[in-house]
Write a protein that binds this ligand. Structure first.
Ligand code: 4NP
Length: 154
């Protein structure tokens, strides 16, 4: 299984999702390929935002990803392309060349929430407070459990 997580800048939410999913896979001896990308290349080459790194580390995740924009080849390589919100997914489908088969690979992370009923996306924490970074960890951990369950029982 190959999964790509996508957000806007690829320095907060999607590198966190990559780190959480990689750790959950390692804990279960699953040899999945996990990566992340952004809609914009503005932060290309950068490590995640220091607030995201600190919050992730507090929860046991070491983030080492370098920001990169999504490219059309990602549709060939990955089985699932999971966006952090409906807005992100609309933009992925609008801006990136894709076939109908490619379209079906693009999923909203909220589809995989297990215990989360009060959100239908992972809100962008970039202009928020540390509370918003904590919320991203809670929502993404919940979704990753749902992704493992959905993929291993499909
Ligand atoms: P992310 O957060 O999409 O979760 O990585 C953002 C990071 C940077 C920007 C916006 C959102 N930005 O506008 O630079």
């Amino acid at each position: 299984m190959k999964i790509l997580f996508v957000c806007l800048g690829n320095i907060c939410r999607s590198p966190l999702a990559e780190g959480v999913m990689k750790k959950m896979c390692a804990d279960r001896n699953l040899d999945w390929e996990i990566d992340s990308a952004g809609l914009i290349g503005y932060h290309k080459g950068e490590l995640p935002d220091p607030r995201m790194m600190t919050t992730a580390e507090r929860h046991g995740y070491k983030l080492t990803h370098r920001s990169r924009p999504i490219v059309s080849e990602d549709f060939t390589k990955f089985d699932l392309i999971i966006g952090m919100s409906a807005y992100i997914n609309d933009r992925i489908l609008r801006d990136t060349p894709h076939s109908m088969a490619d379209r079906r690979k693009v999923r909203n992370i909220a589809e995989y929430f297990v215990n989360t009923k009060d959100y239908d996306e992972v809100p962008d924490p970039y202009c928020g407070t540390m509370r918003d970074f904590e919320l991203a960890v809670r929502l993404i951990e919940d979704a990753c459990v749902g992704i493992l369950d959905a993929v291993t029982h499909q």
